[in-house]
Design a protein around this ligand. Structure first.
Ligand code: CAA
Length: 265
């Protein structure tokens, strides 16, 4: 298996959980094109590794998760460059949602612009008390380009999203929790442990049903209820093709813990 060694990312694997840290602390982990390319490569590699069952994204250094797309790299973009860059970022966000394993954002500091957008593309967000969220692109004379105008409104409602995108205001972790962007806020030093604990809990379930649940929620989210329920029905049925369904139900009836093996046979 390919070595997961990058210039702008740190990857640590422990007990089926991969922790990927954005690592340009001097630029507050701003996303420049090389870092985005490395992230695509890294996530594709992790997706292919069956022994990795959950991924955590976080930021190296004391201050930032990701302070946005790299403004210095974008300053001289032509409209065509901007369209390509936005398309590349949007594609990456879709890839995160489409991954078969959960991707958890552990937001340790500034998550601004592209930082909020990456966090919102993850399956859920845990935040440190020191985290900040926002879409400050309006202050640069532009708008979010990695899906922020769309995922933000889906996460916290249209009016809140418009206010955040038009004012460029930053919100603290507690406010993000209140708006429903964040699942949990924890003391700064406990963030990674909290994210690892929930990742390990999910990793202990059957891979087939974890994948089916994630797919059903994502695929159904932008669909009308009837079609979304059809998606769920197919995903539910698929679980019965896996050994884990027999094991999970047998374990319940035998009053013991299940031993999931992820096998389809
Ligand atoms: N791009 C490039 N460099 C950045 C950066 C970014 N998004 N954010 C921070 N940096 C750099 C700074 O330029 C600075 O570098 P130098 O020391 O070489 O000058 C270094 O990181 C430290 O930053 P500050 O000195 O500004 O730190 P601070 O603590 O005073 O402020 C901050 C922190 C409030 C996050 C501030 O850095 C800031 O406002 N950053 C920009 C945030 C932003 O506008 N993000 C949106 C980007 S556009 C986008 O993301 C578009 C999209 O949707 C794809």
């Amino acid at each position: 298996m390919k070595e997961l060694s990058y210039e702008n990312l740190i990857v640590e694997i422990d007990e089926k959980v991969a922790v990927v840290s954005f690592n340009r602390p001097k630029a507050l982990n701003a996303l420049n094109p090389p870092m985005l390319e490395e992230l695509v490569d890294c996530l594709q590699t992790l997706e292919a590794k069956e022994d990795i069952r959950a991924v955590i994204l976080t930021g190296a250094g004391e201050k930032a998760f990701v302070a946005g797309a790299d403004i210095k790299a974008m300053a001289e973009f032509t409209p065509l460059d901007a369209k390509k860059f936005s398309g590349y970022g949007q594609h990456l966000m879709h890839f995160i949602e489409d991954m078969s394993k959960p991707v958890i954002a552990a937001v340790n500091g500034f998550a601004l612009g592209g930082g909020t957008e990456i966090a919102l593309a993850c399956d859920f967000i845990y935040a440190s008390e020191k985290a900040w969220f926002g879409q400050p692109e309006i202050n640069l004379g532009v708008i979010p380009g990695f899906g922020g105008t769309q995922r933000l409104s889906r996460a916290c409602g249209k009016a809140r999203a418009i206010e955040l995108c038009l004012t460029g205001d930053r919100i603290k972790a507690e406010e993000a929790l209140r708006l429903g962007l964040v699942n949990r806020v924890v003391p700064h030093e406990e963030l990674l442990d909290a994210a690892k604990a929930v990742a390990r809990k999910i990793a202990s379930k059957g891979a087939v049903s974890v994948r089916a649940a994630k797919r059903a929620v994502h695929a159904g989210f932008d669909t009308d209820l009837r079609n979304a329920c059809r998606i769920e029905r197919d995903a539910f049925a698929l679980c019965f093709a896996a050994k884990d369904q027999k094991e999970g139900m047998a374990a319940f009836m035998e009053k013991r813990e299940p031993n999931f093996t992820d096998s389809l046979e």
